[in-house]
Write a protein of this length. Structure first.
Length: 587
C-alpha cells in the first residue's frame, strides 16, 4: 500500500483517484431511501450553516486487494461510499463513479456507472435505483447554481478517514477480512466522533508502539460498553471483552499483550455498560490530563468553548492534543482511569439495574460507619453514585471523584468514598467549594416558596429522595418512615433505585373532579418527580387511586417523596415543611 498513507483524511476530491473493490463476502447495498435522505440532510445542513467546516463521512477500513495493484478491498464503509456515488450520479457528476468496483455484481456496477436509471432486472439490487431516485429528487429541488455549489462543498469539505488492515506476510487473510467486516457491521450504527478521534490520535503515535495504544483504546471502548460481571473465584475485577484476558486490565497488562483475537461473550451472559458514555469519558480524561500533566488552570479549561460539548469532541482534541508525546501521556492516563472506573464505580445492566461488578476492590475495614456491614456500605456506595448519575452532569462529579480515588491506596475505605462523593455533591451547591469545582446554577437550596411547580429544579427531588433513602436504611426510633406499615410497599422501598425521571407530578391532582384548581397543589409538598409514562398512568387520580396503581399495578417506587406523602401525611403544607427541613439540614 505504498501509494496511500494510512491513517489519513481524504476529501471526496482527493478520494476520486482511489479504486476500492467491494468483496463478494460483503452484503449488497442495504441503505433505504430514508438513510440516503438523512445523509443528504446532514451534508446540506453543514453546507448552509457552516460552509467552512468539514463534514466527516466516516472511517473506511481497507486492505490490499490480493493480486491486483493499486486496488484495495473495502472492508467497512461500503454503504456510505456507494451512497455518495449514487448522489454524484443523481447530480450528473460521473467523475466519482469510478471509485467503486462492485466485484461480481455486473448489473449493480453497470447501474452505478451508467448515465440513466436502468430498470430493475433480475440481478439488479432494487435499493440502488431507489436510493438514486431519492437523491435525484433531493437535488432536483435546487436551482443549477445552488446544486453546483453544494457538490463543490461535498468535494472540498466532505471527507473520509482511511484506516488500513495489516498487509504482508503477517496480514489479514480473506477469512480475517470477512470476520472484521462482520464484527464492524454487526454494531448496526454509523460512525461516531470518538472513532475519528481514535484515528487522529493514534496516527501521531510512533508506528513501533502504536499497536499497544490501540489496545488501550479498544479496551476502554469494550469496558464502557460491554463489561461483564465478576466470575466466581476470579481474583481480578470487572471483565471486559478482551482476548483471553479477564479482570481489570492495568496499563502494564495492556502494553504487554500480543492482541491475538477477541473473545466473544456467551449468548446468555448479561453485559453491563458504564454510567458515562465514551465521548464523556474522553472529555473527562482530557480535562484531568491537561490539568494534572500540563498544569492548565481549571478556569482556562472550563471556559474553552465547547470543551464538554459532545458534538465538538473532535475539535476539542484537535485543539489540545497535537503532539505524539502528549498523546501517549493522555492514553496512559486514560488506561489508569478505565481501571479506576472498573474498580470503584457502578455499571448498568441491560435491564437498567445498578451494580458494582467487583466490590472486592474495597477490602479495607471502614472507619466511617464501622458498625454497618460491608454489604450495607456497598449498597450506600451504589446509591450515592446512582443518585449522582441521574442528577448531575457526568464531568461535574466524576472529575473530582477520579481525583479523589487516584490519591488513595490500593485498599479503599468504602465509607470514606461515600463521604467523599457526598462532599462533592455539596460543593456543587457551593458548600465549601474550591477553585476547581464546578457549580450548579443558583446558590444552594432556595427558600421553600421558590420550590413550586414550574420553578423547582429536578435536582432537589433527587437529593431529597437520596436523603429519604438514607433515613429508610437507618431505621431506628423516631424515624420519618415509622409511619409506613404496609409490608408490600416497604419491600418496594427496599428495592428502590434512582432513575432518570422527566415529569413533575401533582400528587393531589391539579383539577380534582375537573373543578377549580387549588393553588395549594402547586406547592413543594404536593410535587414528585417521576417518569413521564407514570405521569400518564396516574393522570387525574386522587391519592388513594395512585396508591392502588403503585401497590397493585406498577409494584415499584419511582419517588420516595410521593410514597411518604401517600402513606404517611397527605397534608400538603405539613409535608412540604417536613421535606424542606430534611433538605435544609443537609445542604
Amino acid at each position: 500500500m505504498s501509494d496511500i498513507k494510512f491513517p489519513r483524511k481524504y476529501t471526496v476530491e482527493e478520494f476520486r483517484s482511489i479504486r476500492l473493490r467491494v468483496p463478494l463476502y460483503q452484503r449488497p447495498y442495504a441503505w433505504e431511501a430514508g438513510q440516503v435522505k438523512q445523509l443528504l440532510d446532514d451534508l446540506y445542513r453543514t453546507f448552509t450553516d457552516s460552509p467552512e467546516e468539514p463534514y466527516y463521512i466516516g472511517i473506511l477500513s481497507v486492505a490490499e486487494t490480493e493480486g491486483e495493484a493499486h486496488c484495495y478491498d473495502l472492508i467497512d464503509g461500503q454503504q456510505r461510499v456507494t451512497t455518495l456515488a449514487l448522489i454524484a450520479k443523481a447530480g450528473g457528476w460521473q467523475d466519482f463513479s469510478g471509485v467503486l468496483d462492485l466485484y461480481g455484481r455486473k448489473d449493480d456496477q453497470d447501474f452505478l456507472a451508467g448515465e440513466g436509471n436502468l430498470p430493475v432486472g433480475a440481478n439488479l439490487n432494487p435499493l440502488l435505483p431507489e436510493a438514486y431516485t431519492r437523491a435525484k429528487a433531493y437535488l432536483g429541488a435546487m436551482d443549477d447554481a445552488h446544486r453546483k455549489a453544494f457538490w463543490l462543498y461535498i468535494q472540498k469539505k466532505a471527507n473520509f478517514v482511511l484506516a488500513a488492515l495489516p498487509d504482508g506476510q503477517d496480514g489479514y487473510s480473506i477469512k480475517d477480512k470477512n470476520l472484521h467486516f462482520v464484527r464492524m457491521n454487526h454494531r448496526g450504527k454509523q460512525l461516531e466522533s470518538h472513532e475519528i478521534v481514535k484515528v487522529r490520535l493514534l496516527s501521531l503515535v510512533d508506528e513501533a508502539i502504536r499497536s499497544q495504544y490501540v489496545a488501550i483504546w479498544d479496551h476502554m471502548v469494550r469496558c464502557l460498553t460491554e463489561a461483564k460481571p465478576q466470575e466466581e473465584g476470579q481474583t481480578d475485577s470487572t471483565k471486559c471483552s478482551d482476548s483471553g484476558t479477564a479482570g481489570t486490565l492495568k496499563l502494564k497488562d495492556i502494553l504487554e499483550r500480543n492482541g491475538d483475537g477477541e473473545a466473544k461473550p456467551e449468548s446468555n451472559e448479561v453485559l453491563y455498560k458504564a454510567i458515562v458514555t465514551i465521548p464523556e469519558f474522553l472529555q473527562i480524561s482530557l480535562f484531568r490530563y491537561l490539568r494534572l500533566c500540563h498544569h492548565l488552570e481549571c478556569d482556562e479549561l472550563r471556559k474553552s468553548q465547547g470543551f464538554f460539548d459532545k458534538d465538538k469532541l473532535i475539535q476539542t482534541f484537535d485543539k489540545f492534543l497535537k503532539e505524539d508525546q502528549k498523546v501517549v501521556g493522555f492514553l496512559k492516563l486514560l488506561a489508569a482511569q478505565v481501571e479506576t472506573l472498573q474498580r470503584a464505580f457502578v455499571f448498568l445492566s441491560v435491564s437498567e439495574k445498578y451494580a458494582l461488578l467487583d466490590h472486592r476492590a474495597f477490602v479495607k475495614e471502614s472507619a466511617v460507619g464501622s458498625s454497618r456491614s460491608q454489604g450495607t456500605r456497598i449498597r450506600e456506595l451504589i446509591a450515592v453514585q446512582s443518585f449522582l448519575y441521574v442528577s448531575t452532569l457526568p464531568h461535574y462529579w466524576l472529575i473530582p471523584a477520579f481525583d479523589w480515588f487516584s490519591g488513595q491506596s490500593e485498599a479503599i475505605d468504602v465509607g470514606e468514598f461515600v463521604k467523599a462523593l457526598e462532599a462533592i455533591d455539596d460543593r456543587l451547591n457551593g458548600k465549601g467549594a474550591n477553585s476547581c469545582d464546578f457549580k450548579r446554577d443558583g446558590n444552594g437550596l432556595p427558600e421553600i416558596g421558590a420550590l413550586t411547580y414550574g420553578q423547582v429544579g429536578y435536582y432537589w427531588f433527587y437529593r431529597l429522595d437520596y436523603e429519604l433513602w438514607k433515613l429508610w436504611q437507618a431505621k431506628g426510633p423516631n424515624n420519618i418512615w415509622d409511619c409506613l406499615k404496609d409490608k408490600e410497599v416497604q419491600n418496594f422501598i427496599s428495592e428502590f433505585q434512582f432513575r432518570r425521571c422527566n415529569s413533575i407530578e401533582h400528587i393531589r391532582p391539579q383539577k380534582p373532579d375537573f373543578g377549580n384548581q387549588d393553588v395549594e397543589v402547586d406547592l413543594f409538598g404536593n410535587l414528585a418527580l417521576i417518569l413521564g409514562t407514570s405521569n400518564s398512568r396516574f393522570s387525574n387520580y386522587k391519592p388513594d387511586g395512585k396508591k392502588d396503581i403503585i401497590r397493585d399495578g406498577d409494584k415499584r417506587v419511582e419517588s420516595l417523596k410521593m410514597v411518604h406523602f401517600l402513606w404517611c401525611n397527605q397534608d400538603i403544607q405539613q409535608e412540604g415543611s417536613r421535606m424542606y427541613d430534611i433538605l435544609k439540614a443537609v445542604t
